[in-house]
Ligand binder design. Structure first.
Ligand code: COA
Length: 391
């Protein structure tokens, strides 16, 4: 049976601007997102009992021992246990789940979770080399992440036919969605024709993936305050986990049939089972579109379309902002940006905002049940949360 332990609730959140933030470093991002979350929750720093930091790092920054940076938020936070969690691009969710577990175990009653990544001070080549550390070095050591997800696209196209146009529709949708998100890295309605046409501005990055099929290299941080559910009444905007499931698959791609997308499929299915819901019951989803082919495969993992027919979800408008199940209303990793360690936390923040009517121009009417799906590596570390407002 999948594990569910809805004993931690989200009590508040913070989110920095995502983008190329030249005047910010890891420390300033951590402090700013952490402060915002504590203030939003209304939790005095002296009442905090644990801190979890999600950061991939892997050579992106100078040093990696960043767990204690958050103590700089307030002198009252000195001596609070703080731990850094790493699970590639799902490091943010790894931090959230670790904090949930500590609350469920009764170790702490309050927790601050921060996800952060500083990336844009490195060249694209250096970023690619750091991110490649999330692959199975013995077999995939010479591949960048665009090349890794190009393997998924090639396998999909070989089995089901070329659907580059569906990938372009996904990119255009997420870019369009980000126009309404003031925190997004890129707010430009690039349009389907641009995404679907090779050009000097939209070259092939790793055949068949074009620049517009890739997520952005981004700086940013996001944070959540979690509290034990017997404290929920003190937090009127509280959001609860109806399910939270982690599934890890074999690291080597050679041990998996890529088009099965087995880890994400199992995580999402188990989360729906644990929550007692069908994906059709969801009002929205924030999912891991590190590359457009990943979002297409996630449609199938969610059961929105049979295998090989994921494009139906976008062709028929289901996942559009005005569809029956909007996917990545925030702009997703594609346009909101993908500061890798921050992404899982950012997705939970975006979902919590939707569920409490605090999403501003992104607000979806009647949003009561949301899925967050965050993925580390090539569909290796998979985290699926189903969130709802506290009744
Ligand atoms: N999507 C859309 N536009 C992008 C973009 C992206 N992913 N990356 C860059 N751009 C735009 C820039 O805004 C810039 O536009 P401008 O000329 O109007 O100012 C232009 O493209 C060139 O930007 P630049 O930074 O020089 O691009 P680049 O060639 O160095 O990098 C990628 C492009 C796709 C290689 C880079 O974004 C990348 O590596 N993405 C994937 C990151 C990744 O692997 N993450 C982990 C996933 S698991």
């Amino acid at each position: 049976m999948p594990k569910t332990n809805p004993k931690a609730v989200i009590a508040g959140w913070g989110h920095t601007q995502f983008g190329r933030l030249e005047d910010q470093d890891t420390e300033s991002l951590v402090l700013s997102a952490g402060r915002m979350a504590l203030e939003h929750a209304g939790l005095p720093p002296c009442e905090l009992e644990g801190i979890w930091l999600g950061q991939f790092e892997a050579g992106l920054d100078v040093g990696s021992f960043h767990s204690s940076l958050a103590l700089g938020i307030d002198p009252a936070m000195r001596f609070i246990p703080a731990t850094r969690c790493e699970n590639a691009c799902a490091s943010g969710s790894a931090a959230i789940y670790a904090a949930r577990n500590a609350i469920a175990a009764g170790e702490v009653k309050t927790a601050l979770v921060i996800g952060v990544e500083k990336m844009t001070h490195r060249s694209t080549k250096e970023v690619a080399a750091c991110l490649a550390r999330a692959a199975y070095a013995k077999e995939e050591g010479n591949l960048s992440f665009p090349q890794i997800f190009a393997e998924f696209a090639k396998a999909y196209f070989a089995e089901y036919g070329d659907c580059s146009d569906a990938l372009a529709h996904i990119a255009a949708k997420n870019h369009r969605n980000a126009l309404d998100n003031p925190l997004a890295h890129m707010r430009k309605d690039v349009g389907f024709a641009f995404c679907n046409t090779l050009s000097e501005k939209n070259p092939v990055i790793a055949d068949p993936l074009r620049l517009t099929d890739c997520s952005l290299v981004t700086d940013g941080a996001a944070a959540l305050v979690l509290v034990a559910d017997d404290m929920r009444h003190a937090f009127p905007q509280a959001v609860e986990f109806r399910a939270a499931v982690q599934v890890n698959d074999f690291l080597p791609m050679s041990r998996r049939k890529l088009t099965d997308f087995a880890g994400p499929t199992k995580a999402i299915k188990d989360a729906c089972t644990a929550a007692g819901v069908d994906s059709k019951d969801l009002d929205f989803a924030e999912v891991h579109d590190c590359f457009t082919i990943a979002e297409l495969l996630i449609y199938e993992a969610m059961g929105l379309a049979p295998k090989g027919q994921g494009r139906k979800a976008i062709d028929e408008g289901v996942v559009m902002a005005d569809g029956s199940l909007p996917v990545n209303r925030s702009g997703g990793l594609k346009a909101k940006g993908h500061p890798v360690g921050a992404t899982g936390v950012s997705m939970h923040v975006m979902a919590a905002k939707q569920l409490t009517g605090q999403a501003g121009d992104l607000q979806l009417p009647g949003a009561e049940l949301g899925l967050v799906f965050n993925m580390g590596g090539s569909a290796v570390a998979n985290y699926a949360s189903i969130l709802q407002p506290v009744a």
